[in-house]
Design a protein around this ligand. Sequence first.
Ligand code: HEC
Length: 233
Amino acid sequence: MGVVFIGAAFIAGYCCWSILEANARREVLAEAGLMMDSALATRAYTANEILPLLEQRVWESFPPQSIPFYAATQNFMKLRERHPEYAYKEATLNPTNPRDRAADWEADIIQRFRNDATAQEVVGDRETPMGRSLYLARPIRTEHECAACHTTPAIAPPTLLARYGGDNGFGWQDNEIVGAQVVSVPFASATASAKRAALRSNDLEELVADLATELDAEADRRTFTERCRQGRG
Ligand code: HEC
């Protein structure tokens, strides 16, 4: 009987662990979603409130602060000063700023978006030097208004060329997926809270196992007393 109890306790423990793992993943994914929304908010703020203020300066010296994608990246670089394990990147196959060039694994994600125009989001895990991390990626698609700075150097503002040169970030087509926003969130904190919860459930398992041993011993004692009685009778 004890063996059955212990087996059941272990199965229960395994199920608890799987649930906690799934919860940790959900927690990390929610965090990644929030980071993505925060990047979109920064982009919208820059496009609506900063760009109109700097538009005229584009012809004097190019102000990157007017570029929504630049603003989102800079904002997250500040965040990384305190949370280096979090990352945000506008990974692009042919970027204006070399900092944004897609790494191999990011280029694979961009290709997936390019091959499947209906894909809106890709989620996955990867090992990083700072531990396992979850990534959430969304495609970056061009619109007509991007053409002024991303089609040919011939029509781009000369100040942009002076700052970035004419070799990168051009040749983008209208309505083309040129990159992906990629957010990376570490599993570490969520896994730690899952482990804490699992330890609590392990205590419960131990309690069940102790109880099972106790019940087993009690049953043996009863059988023994019974036999003795029968022997006497
Ligand atoms: C006024 C010129 C201009 C316009 C218009 C413009 N961009 Fe850019 N874009 C830039 C510059 C300059 C950078 C590099 C900023 C930096 O230093 O990070 C950039 C950076 C980017 C990046 C980051 C990757 C890279 O190339 O470094 C993406 C993605 C991007 N732009 C997409 C777009 C999209 C999509 C549109 C249209 C909706 C658009 N841009 C419109 C000038 C422009």
